[in-house]
Design a protein around this ligand. Structure first.
Ligand code: BG6
Length: 297
């Protein structure tokens, strides 16, 4: 009797390039190795966990204390927050798809040598109890010398619905106090550390304390300048009107069981979003695609 893992390997494995194992029982992970890059992607949450272009240090950050358990969010990589971003009273933080098992719909090696995975999830009784809409959600992950995530929301119901969402990207940095984010100068933001007070950015974003901001009405690339590491990361985006920048700093880090002490120094999140006032309305039968393209410069 083949296990679900045997079936994944038999149906989608690409010898020498793509195989599946489990991070914990019931948590399958796709492992990709090509001449261009290596990566791993958990089927729970369709969560890209790691991506490392050949010749580079890892780009995505995962906590040493991350918890790999069915139904629990994983602290790192790129969680998909959907159909809401942030807190909704009485409902799971950041929506419900990051803790559910997605289906692998396709895996192929394209002409330039990138691996393209398609993962999907649809509505069922459990999702209707949290959010009463019919939908199909598909994430296409293209792993090469750049990493591209494209999240397509299809409204398969008969009435329009509204979503907020994020490709909640955790990035490695060498030292947060020497890291800046360019591309958000003059943008308006809501400061979650100050109860969503509105501000306007002046110059690059710098980090000296807990930082949790929703930059609204911005389609610009973000350039993460890791001065201590001597490299820049670029996140370009499409279908996204907001960018969230987050670092928990000392006190908040202490409240999180799945972050090890002092790890906030080596990470930050720059999230490709439609959040806060940038909610997206999708008519019955309509679709919307949110894209993040991550590269090292
Ligand atoms: O701990 P979670 O649910 O993964 O959320 C992490 C952070 O995610 C960020 O996107 C939010 O802006 C923060 O407020 C939040 O703390």
């Amino acid at each position: 009797m083949p296990t679900p893992l045997d079936t994944l390997n038999a149906s989608f494995g690409l010898p020498g390039t793509l195989h599946f194992d489990e991070a914990a029982p019931g948590l399958p992970v796709a492992h990709i190795t090509t001449p261009l890059a290596s990566a791993s992607i958990a089927l729970q949450g369709a969560q890209v966990l790691t991506w490392q272009p050949t010749g580079q240090q890892p780009v995505l950050w995962v906590s040493k204390a991350a918890i790999f358990e069915e139904g629990k969010p994983v602290r790192g990589g790129v969680p998909v927050c959907w159909p809401w971003f942030g807190a909704v009273p009485g409902k799971p933080m950041h929506g419900f798809v990051r803790t559910r098992l997605w289906q692998l719909r396709g895996a192929e090696l394209d002409a330039p040598g990138q691996v393209v995975l398609r993962l999907g999830i649809g509505d069922d009784v459990a999702t209707h109890s949290l959010w009463d809409h019919a939908f199909d959600l598909e994430l296409t992950v293209t792993v090469g010398s750049t990493l591209t995530l494209a999240l397509t929301t299809r409204n398969t119901g008969t009435q329009a619905f509204e979503i907020t969402q994020a490709l909640h990207t955790y990035l490695c940095t060498t030292e947060i106090t020497q890291t800046t984010v360019q591309g958000l100068d003059a943008c308006h933001y809501l400061d979650k550390v100050q109860d969503f007070a509105p501000y306007q950015q002046s110059g690059a974003v710098t980090f000296q304390s807990e930082t949790d901001r929703i930059y609204t009405d911005t389609t610009a690339d973000s350039l993460i300048v890791d001065a201590a590491g001597g490299r820049n990361l670029r996140i370009a985006k499409q279908g996204s009107a907001s960018t969230v920048v987050w670092n928990p700093w000392t006190d908040k880090e202490k409240t999180m069981a799945d972050m090890a002490s002092g790890e906030f120094h080596q990470m930050l999140c720059v999230e490709t979003c439609n959040a806060g006032p940038d909610a997206v309305s999708i008519p019955a039968g309509g679709a919307h695609t949110l894209v993040a393209i991550i590269s090292v410069e």
